[in-house]
Design a binder for this molecule. Structure first.
Ligand code: GAR
Length: 201
């Protein structure tokens, strides 16, 4: 079984879908530690309830981002983490974490990348007036939501949607494809050739 480290800043519904998939044996992994940059994140509470180590890290307690990330890397290492999963982690990952976990950081984004990167991907898409949007699981590189794409799911945008109803439709798909992508990684099914990620046998 592989050890996952999940970084989450908020509600943690994606964290929950990952914990549930692990508990149900749908991913040969366990969530070993949940780390949040926000002490009040409900994600931390979800972890504690499941008996999983929950660690809050306040960036203001550190002199700079590198020092902050060195601490996060230490916690991840202490828990023997193989794969870092960003689940609503609302910060750019810096070189400290990326160097320590090269090729082993995944993210879920609530839009069809490369469209609408950054914050509020669902609302950006809704405002733009696209007829389809969705979500993307990708490996994290040093850009903003620019790393190699692993899985995507498409949802329609309806005329009577609001940003919120669209976000809810997208979230349902997030909860489906993030555990699926993590399972593909944990079962060594992902074949990575530069930017292109294929699903092998
Ligand atoms: C999710 O929609 C996720 O895709 C998004 O934040 C939400 C977190 O919800 N992530 C980003 O926007 C990353 N920039 P959750 O805390 O319930 O999983």
């Amino acid at each position: 079984k592989k050890n996952l480290g999940v970084l989450a800043s908020g509600r943690g519904s994606n964290l929950q879908s990952i914990m549930d998939a692990c508990a149900a044996g749908r991913i040969p992994a366990r969530v070993a530690v949940v780390i949040s940059d926000n002490n009040d994140a409900y994600a931390l509470e979800r972890a504690r309830r499941a008996g999983i180590a929950a660690v809050a890290v306040n960036i203001d307690d550190y002199t700079d981002k590198a020092e902050y990330e060195r601490y996060i890397v230490k916690v991840l290492m202490e828990h023997g983490v193989h794969l870092v999963c960003l689940a609503g982690y609302m910060r750019l990952v810096g070189t400290t974490m990326l160097d320590a976990f090269a090729g082993r950081v995944m993210n879920i984004h609530p839009a069809l990348l490369p469209a609408f990167p950054g914050l509020h991907g669902q609302e950006q898409a809704w405002r733009y007036g696209v007829k389809y949007s969705g979500c993307t699981v990708h490996f994290v590189d040093d850009g903003m939501d620019t790393g190699p794409i692993i899985l995507q799911a498409v949802v329609p945008v309806y005329d009577d949607d609001t940003a919120d109803t669209l976000a809810a439709r997208i979230l349902e798909q997030e909860h489906r494809i993030y555990p699926e992508a993590i399972n593909l990684y944990c079962t060594d099914k992902l074949v990575i050739e530069g930017r292109i990620v294929r699903i092998g046998a």
